[in-house]
Design a protein around this ligand. Structure first.
Ligand code: SF4
Length: 289
């Protein structure tokens, strides 16, 4: 008999990113278990502080409507295991955990050094499993779909994960779920995430394609401020001297200040061609959407 991919054997941590895909996954796992998770299956949401408030509200609403406990975690260097347990009310909304990480590192993450994903998300969720739940090995249940074969392959072959005690389960990929399936399902639900697909994750994540950044900046120019402020900080000094590029999230396109300026000048004109640039976001931020 074929195993139901949504029947999760514990101990396991379900990573809930606050996106539609992982929401779909969580509900299908709940349904496969008769509406309530086994005691040794936990759900964790890692808040970077740069999530949109709509995402935080969606996480809260999923927990309340589906009657499932979702533990919220944030990066905090001064807390045991660098992890703070928070709630919807107390969650950071102004990028505090992310900014604290950048300040501590002395430089911004970039597409080659995406330490924000590991420090703000993966390590916090793993810390929760190891130190709060006391597990030494567990399954990490991620919402990667069948139409994301590169990400699926990378997660399945990623030996680095095994060091942490977690092995990966990908129920959506196993169930051959695609983005279309997810969107169709949400269209029938009584509630939804109040964001367009390109608006999820950290609000102006540097992995987003340029057209997404521009579209978001057009709607919400205020969001650029935080990213501009991070790039305005002094870069890290090292034995080799000061490296100004380390201040920037991307060196292959303009800094956020210049992007914001261009968007402000060009108003509602179509800016970048959506097909002209690789969108790294879905490819590279582990456990998002
Ligand atoms: S969404 Fe982007 S900025 Fe946020 S943690 Fe992931 S890679 Fe970093």
């Amino acid at each position: 008999m074929t195993r139901d991919p949504y029947c999760i054997a514990g101990p396991a941590v379900i990573s809930f990113s606050g996106g539609r895909t992982s929401g779909y996954m969580l509900k299908h796992i709940l349904d496969a278990h008769g509406g309530a998770l086994p005691d040794d299956v936990a759900v964790v949401f890692a808040n970077t502080g740069k999530e949109r408030p709509e995402t935080l509200d969606f996480v809260q609403e999923c927990g309340a409507r589906w009657n499932v406990q979702i533990t919220w975690v944030e990066y905090d260097w001064d807390e045991p295991h660098r992890t703070r347990i928070v709630s919807h009310n107390g969650a950071a909304r102004n990028g505090e955990p992310f900014e604290a990480l950048i300040d501590r590192k002395g430089f911004a993450p970039n597409p080659r050094l995406r330490f924000c994903t590991s420090f703000l998300k993966r390590d916090r969720i793993d810390s929760y499993a190891r130190y709060w739940l006391g597990w030494t090995s567990w399954s990490s249940v991620l919402g990667l779909r069948a139409d994301e074969p590169k990400r699926v392959h990378r997660q399945r072959s990623c030996s680095g994960r095994r060091r942490t005690g977690a092995t990966v389960q990908l129920p959506l990929a196993d169930a051959h779920v695609t983005e279309r399936d997810v969107l169709d399902w949400w269209a029938d639900q009584p509630f939804d995430l109040a964001l367009k697909s390109h608006e999820g994750n950290c609000d102006l994540c540097f992995l987003k394609a340029r057209w997404k950044i521009e579209a978001i900046m057009r709607d919400r120019p205020d969001l650029a401020r935080w990213w501009i402020a991070q790039e305005a900080k002094p870069g890290k000094s090292s034995a080799k001297g000061h490296c100004p590029d380390m201040r920037l999230f991307r060196i292959d396109r303009e800094p956020y200040a210049a992007l914001a300026d261009q968007v402000a000048r060009q108003g509602v004109l179509a800016l970048s061609d959506p097909a002209s640039e690789i969108d790294w976001e879905r490819e590279d931020c582990v456990r998002t959407d």
